[in-house]
Write a protein that binds this ligand. Structure first.
Ligand SMILES: NC(=O)c1ccc[n+]([C@@H]2O[C@H](COP(=O)([O-])OP(=O)(O)OC[C@H]3O[C@@H](n4cnc5c(N)ncnc54)[C@H](OP(=O)(O)O)[C@@H]3O)[C@@H](O)[C@H]2O)c1
Length: 219
């Protein structure tokens, strides 16, 4: 297995890279700025300069990767096209490139509440709406996928057990980015994670379960 990580310099993406490296999985990281990435990512990670909006170069950027993990996301800005471009077009471009390369598994970091059009987060240029469109494009692509929808992301890890549920059943809660990264990487190894949407938060009063149990509990 060789993993291609898009959004690798991001707060969640860098933790996905760390989890992959800890599991000795070779990583090829798509980054927009190589010097910045060198400061953030472990030295053994292969860096490829690129942009998910640069459709033409994505197939070559995938190189010899066999699985893809995507943790890109538009940053809040005054550009009303940001979420449409990054969270929809960019992911769509990556799905197309993954399909062209015969990628074995595509893990997408999405968000809780993507199906709620009237959610306040959609005030940020319809970000949830565009993430949902990207999810649907991936689901229809024929690629093996896992769509991970986390609650509010936290930089500090904690020991709260993970709660994992099926699509459109969790509407609030938060989760450390490290746990999101673990779920994304475990999805590559758990047969029960294939072709599923999983919603995740972490809660102190939840019952601790193995990743196999968590994925198996989701329809
Ligand atoms: N914040 C929350 O509470 C929350 C909750 C649920 C879901 N989410 C979603 O979870 C995901 C990860 O969030 P995060 O806060 O960890 O992300 P983040 O730190 O904002 O990182 C986003 C990454 O996307 C990359 N990126 C942006 N545009 C790109 C482009 N055109 N081509 C290639 N890469 C591009 C950025 O690259 P640069 O480093 O070069 O800028 C960065 O690496 C996002 O999709 C976010 O919407 C967030």
């Amino acid at each position: 297995m060789k993993a291609f990580v898009a959004g690798a310099t991001g707060q969640t993406g860098r933790r996905i890279v760390q989890e992959l490296v800890a599991r000795k999985i070779p990583v090829r990281a798509l980054v927009r700025d190589i010097p910045k990435a060198r400061n953030i990512l472990p030295a053994e990670v292969e860096l490829v300069q690129g942009d998910v909006l640069d459709r033409q170069n994505l197939t070559a950027a995938l190189g010899d990767a066999t699985v893809v993990l995507c943790a890109t996301g538009a940053k809040p800005s005054f550009d009303p096209t940001g979420p449409y471009k990054i969270d929809y077009e960019g992911t769509k471009n990556l799905v197309d490139a993954a399909k062209a390369k015969g990628i074995e598994h595509f893990v997408l970091v999405s968000s809780l509440a993507v199906s709620k059009f009237f959610h306040p987060l959609n005030l940020f240029w319809l970000i949830l709406f565009w993430k949902k469109q990207a999810e649907e494009y991936l689901q229809k692509s024929g690629l093996t996928y896992t769509i991970v929808r986390p609650g509010g992301l936290r930089n500090e890890d904690n020991s709260n057990p993970i709660v994992m549920q099926s699509a459109d059943t969790l509407f609030e809660g938060s989760i450390p980015r490290q746990k999101v990264a673990q779920v994304c990487v475990e999805a590559l190894f758990e047969p029960a994670a294939r072709n599923k949407i999983v919603e995740i938060i972490a809660k102190p009063d939840a019952t601790a379960k193995s990743f196999a149990q968590l994925f198996a509990s989701v329809a």
